[in-house]
Design a protein. Sequence first.
Length: 391
Amino acid sequence: MTWQDYEAELELRLMDLHTRVQRGAYRPQPSRRTFIPKADGKQRPLAIAALEVKIVQGATVMVLNAIDEGDFCGFSYGVRPGRGPHDALDALCVAIDHRKVSFILDADIQNFFGAVSQKWLVRFLEHRVGDKRIIRLIQKWLKAGMLEDGVGTVDDKGTGQGSVISPLLGNIDLHYALDLWAKRWRQRDAAGDMVIVRYADDVVVGFEREDDARRFLAAMRARLEEFELSLHPDKTRVIEFGRVAAANRKRRGLGKPETFVFLGFTFICGKSRSGRFQLQRKTRGDRMWTKLRTIKEELWRRLHWPIPDQGKWLRQIVSGHFAYFAVPPNARALAAFRHHVEELWRRTLRRRSQKDGFAWDRTTQVADHWLPKPRILHPWPDVRFAVTHPR
């Protein structure tokens, strides 16, 4: 059912839905399984929920946010009211710039949304939710199962990544399984400075001492196994990174520190024009090329659209890319992305007719008219972080 069909008798449908939820007669439909490509070439499974499921889950999220939001730790940023990915990026940048960070633990929880233990999740929910009807409602969604190619399956693991309530359930699960434990470990076991930033299932931990990083990694692996979660063996690693690390490696005659990725950016130990340490963020190469491949395919589908319609569509795509990735000092990657979009557009226009009339100068004029210029839209991390967290 579409939103337009549901809206035809909206009040009656909502009253009926409300009545069924209140008396316990509500039965959610299974979600539809679909796959989207990941930057590494693999497929990411998503759960497309039915319309009424989205409505009830949205209302439940409002209730649970009022209960759990005050309990979540300050270093948790994923899908929370008033917090976004750039807040997590700012916090990490400020920590690396101003704290004694010499080692980074880049942790990847393997297939988190598909591996969450429903048994443990329900126990965590019962810590703060006393209303058994809410617990039963969430259990119904967890047990509703998936439809893939017309075949239904039910599993005792996973929260259905892509559903309205899935990010909040993931936060609740990791709050008890990881956050509270990591906060206690930092207070009791860390010998040096330690910072942590978590956005959903992406976790980055900074350490002053390498032995702290190694001990924390071993303890974290054991902690997650208690709750039926695991770290990805290839994507989880400890690297030497940071302001102090760059100076130490230079003193030992080694090269620049390794890089790591977080929320679509590659973090690099670089230098400013004056030669001082500067933490640099660059658009992940695989993400950018995946986006460009998608634009190329869509341009072929829009091959014979009028140029103004193509231009409006490309302007939205490029503006959306800039809105997220236009952080200092990422100007060179922004310019490269726009250049490649312009080149893809030129090639498409040249194939519209055997009489090729789109030389570089004309394409440049058309692109300058429709595509935004690359410019930095976000402030430096310490400026915005100082406003958000005045301490």
